[in-house]
Every structure is written in structure tokens, then in C-alpha cells.
Design a protein around this ligand. Structure first.
Ligand code: HEC
Ligand code: HEC
Length: 341
């Protein structure tokens, strides 16, 4: 009988003991029967430490030393440049199939969202509902003719509105991507004489391409017909300039972004890179939007702006109405742009 009584009391005590451990604060560290090496003196990141004259616990690397594996003496490999700082013309890595497959893999991960699977600049972030800045296609002459080192530098350092990837993509993978971009460029620009060497049914490929063109054209015409006659307003144009990311590169207040400001653009004389001048009328503005590389404004990067040929003519009229509203000048023009259709 007695034994049972003691057992009951012990049980109650254990229960009380357990509840007492819950939710209570204690200044004493928990009991830690086996210390292993769990608690030692050490300094935390950013902690003060009076031992050093600058009172910082975190130390700079010792002058003149380089951590193992961090030696980056090879300028061609790490910066993509020669001794005279010009871009290297060729990939320092050997272009094996393995490297290109690695490049394809990494390109698909990091670049397709904006540049698209084929490098045409029509990735999902651009054409979808996200409205990110459209990059230029890789299949324009200017980008076909740049050096491998230039492409490497764009990935490493970014360019204008494109962010750098040095922290996300290791050096060898960057070169693998460069190799793959070259393969993409080649794939979209093979002369017919070369294709004939391979066992490829060129006629049916051409037919397919033509069908696709016809489909695209029909789609565009349907969109045109749907929007024709809709009222043209500067307010709609402002909205379109935002959703199509024009505003990432063009300001409305005269400040300089990647491209020229739209303030006092319409009606003014524009100087081109080739020395000619053009009056910024509706025709010039339309061309600047749908065929952006036809002319380049003096002092601005060539080919930075993609061709916005997917905009409907009604969209373009709205945008031009908006650009007009930002100018203090007016031109005698056919009233076509401001009226319906
Ligand atoms: C978030 C979107 C985005 C991603 C992701 C992206 N880019 Fe770009 N890229 C851009 C934009 C926007 C431009 C045009 C920048 C400008 O001219 O302001 C551009 C331009 C370029 C250019 C052309 C530079 C020139 O001279 O006009 C190259 C080459 C390029 N990107 C390579 C890459 C590679 C390689 C990757 C993947 C590692 C990548 N980009 C990932 C948005 C992106
Ligand atoms: C990635 C940056 C970028 C984006 C996005 C962009 N542009 Fe541009 N745009 C430029 C640059 C750079 C120039 C000047 C060089 C040139 O003429 O190609 C320019 C020139 C122009 C011009 C001629 C301006 C002048 O001063 O003569 C017009 C008009 C224009 N852009 C309209 C647009 C419209 C409309 C959109 C959106 C649908 C747009 N741009 C998106 C970079 C951009």
C-alpha cells in the first residue's frame, strides 16, 4: 500500500516539475551535461573588439595576400579583356559539346525570362503581363559583331538597365553562356548554301515559317481591327508607356535616363549619330518606336532600344499623343494621328 502512495506523490511531483519548466525565464543557462565544444569564446560578426587598434573584431585580409583559389591574374578569363583593356575576341575556354550544353542550361535558367529561348528578346517577363524592359534581339548585326569578351562583360557587369550576374554565375559558367549565345546567333543566321550540306527538308521548313508569318499577320490584323476607331488620348499613351516599360529609359521631365527625355521632343530638331538632322514629327516618332534601329540619336547608345513592332497602330498613336502633350511646340501635321484611325 505504502509503495503505491509514494509512487502517486512522485508522479504528482514530476508533473509539477514539468509544468514549472514551461514559459519561465531564467538567467541561468540550461543544464548541459555534455559540453562537447558547444560553448567557447569567440567574436560575432560586426562585434567590437578592443584588442585591435581599429576596435573591430572583423579583420581585413592582410595586405599583399590572396586567399587560396582567389587569384584572378588571368585578365582574359576573369575580366574578358586583353592587356590593353580591349575585349578579348575569343572565348578562353575550349568550346566542347559539354561546355555548350552547360551554357544552354545556365542560359535557360538565368537569361530566358527576358531574352527568350532563341535570344530574340521576347522572354516571358517582356511579353507576358509583367512589362519588363525589352532587351534587344541577339540576332541584330551589332550584337553578332561584338567580341566574346563584350558578351562576358555584359553578364559580369550588367549594362544600362540590365543587372549584373557576377554574384550569381561563376566565371566558367559565364563563358559557357557566351559560347551558347554564339551558337544561338549562328542557329538563326545560317546561309542557305550551308544548310544544303545537311540532310534538312528546307522546303517544308520554309513553308512552316511562312505559315507562322501568315498567322502572326492575321493576329496582328485582328488586333488592329479591334482597336481601330478607339479614342486616342494622352492619358492612354501615358499608361501604355508605363506598361511597355518605355518609362524605364525615357523620362517626362527632362531628366536623362538611358534614352532621351520626352519633354520637348515633339516638334524639335533632333541630331542623329550620322550627322543628319530630323524634325521630330509623328512620322519620325512612329519610326523611332517600330523600327528603333533605323536612326540613332547623337550621343545615345546604338541599338539599346528594341523594336516595339508588336504595338498596334492605335497604341502608337496614344503614345505619340502623350509625347506631344509633353512638348511646348506644335507642328502643322496631317491631323491623322490625333483623330480616330
Ligand atoms: C530581367 C531581365 C534580364 C535578364 C534576366 C537578362 N537580361 Fe540581358 N538585357 C536585359 C535588358 C533590359 C537589356 C537592354 C539593356 C539596355 O540597353 O538598357 C539587356 C541586354 C543584354 C545584352 C546586349 C547588350 C547590348 O550591347 O545592347 C546582352 C548580350 C545580354 N543582355 C545578355 C544577357 C545574358 C547572357 C543573360 C543571362 C545571364 C541576361 N542578359 C539576362 C534584360 C535582362
Ligand atoms: C532600354 C531602353 C529603352 C526603352 C525600354 C525604350 N527606349 Fe526609346 N530610346 C532609347 C534610346 C537609347 C534612344 C536613343 C537612341 C536611338 O535613337 O536609338 C531611344 C530613342 C527613342 C525615340 C527617339 C527620341 C529622340 O530623342 O529623337 C523615341 C520616340 C522612343 N525612343 C520611343 C520609345 C517608346 C515609345 C518606348 C516604349 C514603347 C521606348 N522608346 C522604349 C532607349 C529605350
Amino acid at each position: 500500500m505504502n509503495a503505491l502512495k509514494y509512487l502517486k506523490i512522485a508522479g504528482v511531483l514530476i508533473l509539477i516539475g514539468l509544468t514549472a519548466c514551461r514559459g519561465q525565464r531564467s538567467k541561468v543557462p540550461p543544464i548541459h551535461p555534455n559540453m562537447n565544444m558547444d560553448q567557447q569564446n569567440r567574436v560575432e560578426a560586426q562585434e567590437e573588439n578592443r584588442f585591435f587598434s581599429d576596435n573591430r573584431a572583423m579583420r581585413q585580409p592582410v595586405d599583399g595576400t590572396i586567399a587560396r583559389g582567389e587569384l584572378q591574374q588571368d585578365k582574359a578569363m576573369f575580366q574578358g579583356i586583353n592587356e590593353d583593356s580591349s575585349f578579348v575576341s575569343e572565348n578562353p575556354l575550349e568550346l566542347t559539346k559539354k561546355l555548350l550544353l552547360r551554357g544552354q542550361d545556365q542560359y535557360n535558367v538565368f537569361c530566358t525570362p527576358c531574352h527568350g529561348i532563341t535570344g530574340d528578346g521576347q522572354g516571358i517577363l517582356v511579353t507576358g503581363q509583367y512589362g519588363l524592359v525589352p532587351p534587344p534581339s541577339y540576332h541584330i548585326d551589332r550584337l553578332r559583331n561584338v567580341n566574346d569578351g563584350y558578351l562576358y562583360s555584359v553578364i559580369t557587369n550588367g549594362i544600362r538597365t540590365m543587372q549584373p550576374y557576377a554574384h550569381q554565375i561563376p566565371v566558367k559558367d559565364r563563358w559557357a553562356i557566351v559560347g551558347y549565345i554564339r551558337a544561338l546567333q549562328k542557329s538563326q543566321n545560317v546561309p542557305e548554301s550551308e544548310i544544303q550540306q545537311y540532310d534538312i527538308d528546307l522546303a517544308s521548313m520554309k513553308e512552316e515559317a511562312q505559315q507562322k508569318l501568315a498567322q502572326d499577320k492575321a493576329k496582328k490584323e485582328a488586333a488592329e481591327a479591334a482597336s481601330a476607331g478607339a479614342e486616342v488620348t494622352a492619358a492612354k499613351g501615358k499608361q501604355l508607356a508605363q506598361t511597355n516599360a518605355c518609362t524605364a529609359c525615357h523620362s517626362a521631365d527632362g531628366s536623362e535616363l538611358v534614352g532621351p527625355s520626352w519633354k520637348n521632343l515633339y516638334g524639335y530638331e533632333r541630331e542623329m549619330q550620322d550627322g543628319t538632322t530630323v524634325i521630330a514629327d509623328e512620322e519620325y516618332l512612329t519610326e523611332s518606336i517600330v523600327n528603333a534601329n533605323a536612326k540613332t540619336v547623337a550621343g545615345y547608345p546604338e541599338g539599346a532600344m528594341a523594336n516595339f513592332d508588336y504595338l498596334s497602330s492605335n497604341d502608337i498613336k496614344n503614345i505619340i499623343a502623350y509625347i506631344k502633350s509633353l512638348s511646348d511646340r506644335e507642328l502643322e501635321e496631317s491631323s491623322d494621328t490625333t483623330s480616330n484611325n
